[in-house]
Design a protein around this ligand. Structure first.
Ligand SMILES: Cc1cc2nc3c(=O)[nH]c(=O)nc-3n(C[C@H](O)[C@H](O)[C@H](O)COP(=O)(O)OP(=O)(O)OC[C@H]3O[C@@H](n4cnc5c(N)ncnc54)[C@H](O)[C@@H]3O)c2cc1C
Ligand code: SF4
Ligand code: SF4
Length: 423
């Protein structure tokens, strides 16, 4: 049987691109996303290298188009639990969790958040702010409809709370919604589940989790974001803006054993972020090897070098704290045995990209392999980089290996072309 429908797992930039192209070509698309929103990691960024374009302006029109498209069925809070069959004839089981908010009735006014008595750390904001048990991850999230987090909601812990329901004038909150198991028939599957970030706490010498001025790259992205925890104001936990910042590349590269290809670029992007808002700030970038490929990235690097930043190649680096001042201890290529020092207020760690922690589970469900690092394995690294060993199942974006938005989107476009030619 040749079924033309396509299942896409992951509603990040790669999954969204593939969904829209297939849907516009007349195919029915089921887009499975395990969070309550679309956009993946890119919606955490205010701007993207190398043109410093506003990420929301780039992505939001595509997210809106996706939500309105007749050929796309977006299943949020959902995961694939079983896959049987082969190219042209897959049967897929999906576990869909209830949102407890009616997507049609809700107008996204957020009036239900304030009365909720529960506050927990907002994981989308890397724990830098709090959210309620009924929540959207950040302003501008799409769909702009909250979900109830049943692990923290008092009602789901047996208490008699319904304050959110009472505050909703649109009768959108529905505690009677149930989790569902759906069975879908599709001809091909695209895996676009993206990546996680290496936990810098695993490398003690960077002081992450120990010294309050040390931030991960994702934390800094959210601090810079106008819809983030500081409303875009670059400030330390003491409320003051940093006067000097060290940005450290390649955090976790040694441990993971591969180059994540985008961290040098996002480290350079941070110079633009910092100088754009704090023109006097002193910045030093510490790198081991620079990965700046391609025509636009070289240009970006050359421009960044003129912005008043020290770009230092280091052999060895450690962050210490003396009397509340962060100190970068490093040696350079020219004098590897001499330790040099630099005092800074803020350290930003550019962590490696790594596979999601549930990648093995999904690989087993799909019947595909992982490579030696845990990313989904391609059939052939040179000439079949988006095929898997299972015909009809394709891997795109950072689910295959670390890559930037441009390459993630290009790979999605290629997968769509293959599917349209096969089915
Ligand atoms: C700090 C930082 C800054 C960056 N800045 C830039 C930049 O400026 N420019 C640039 O080009 N690139 C940048 N990148 C790289 C960029 O983030 C990636 O290229 C891009 O996110 C890849 O998109 P994706 O769709 O493959 O994955 P993701 O963005 O990770 O999206 C994957 C989606 O799949 C969902 N998902 C995961 N597992 C499952 C599952 N089992 N079931 C259902 N859904 C699932 C996730 O919730 C998510 O929505 C940066 C990366 C980092 C770490
Ligand atoms: S559930 Fe009701 S109160 Fe909450 S955002 Fe939607 S419409 Fe507004
Ligand atoms: S039922 Fe109560 S605790 Fe649960 S989300 Fe609504 S207001 Fe919050």
């Amino acid at each position: 049987m040749n079924n033309n429908n396509v299942l896409i797992i992951g509603a990040g930039v790669a999954g969204i691109e593939a969904s829209l192209l297939l849907a516009n070509a007349g195919r029915k698309v089921y887009l499975i996303e395990h969070t309550s929103y679309t956009g993946g990691n890119v919606i955490k960024f205010e701007e993207v290298f190398s043109n410093m374009e506003c990420a929301t302006c780039m992505l939001a029109p595509k997210q809106q188009e996706l939500l309105a498209h007749d050929n796309i069925e977006l299943l949020t809070l959902s995961e694939v639990s079983d896959v049987k069959g082969s190219l042209g004839d897959f049967t897929v089981k999906v576990e869909k969790k209830a949102r407890y908010v009616d997507m049609q009735n809700c107008i996204g006014c957020n009036a239900c958040f304030d009365p909720c008595p529960v506050s927990v750390k907002n994981e989308f904001e890397e724990g830098l702010s709090e959210r309620k048990a009924i929540y959207i991850p950040c302003l501008g999230a799409l769909p702009n409809v909250p979900a109830i987090d049943t692990e923290n909601c008092l009602r789901f812990k047996g208490k008699d709370c319904q304050l959110c329901k009472e505050s909703c004038m649109f009768e959108a909150i529905d505690f009677d919604q149930k989790d569902e198991e759906l069975e879908l028939k599709v001809g091909a599957i695209i895996v676009a589940t993206g990546f996680s970030s290496f936990d810098p706490q695993k490398v003690a010498r960077f002081g992450y989790g120990k010294f309050s001025g040390v931030y991960s790259a994702f934390e800094f992205e959210r601090i810079f974001a106008s819809n983030g925890p500081t409303v875009g104001e670059i400030k330390l936990k003491n409320g003051k803006p940093p006067k000097s910042v060290a940005i450290i590349h390649c955090v976790g590269r040694e441990e993971k054993g591969y180059c994540s290809t985008i961290c040098c670029m996002n480290s350079l992007k941070f110079v633009h972020y910092l100088k754009g808002k704090l023109s006097e700030v002193k910045i030093a970038e510490f790198y081991f090897d620079l990965c700046i490929p391609g025509k636009s990235y070289q240009k970006f690097y050359e421009k960044t070098k003129t912005m008043g930043v020290d770009i230092i190649r280091t052999q060895d680096i450690k962050v210490t704290n003396s009397n509340g001042t962060l100190k970068i201890n490093y040696s350079t290529e020219n004098q590897p045995s001499k330790t040099e020092y630099r005092d800074v207020d803020m350290v930003i760690l550019s962590s490696a990209i790594e596979p999601n922690s549930d990648a093995e589970k999904l690989a087993n469900v799909l019947g595909i392999s992982q490579d030696e690092y845990g990313f989904f394995a391609e059939k052939h690294s040179e000439i079949a980089s988006l095929d898997t060993e299972k015909d009809g199942i394709f891997i795109v974006g950072c689910a295959q290996n670390p890559k930037d938005i441009q390459d993630s989107v290009a790979q999605s476009q290629a997968a769509v072309g293959k599917i349209l030619s096969l089915l």
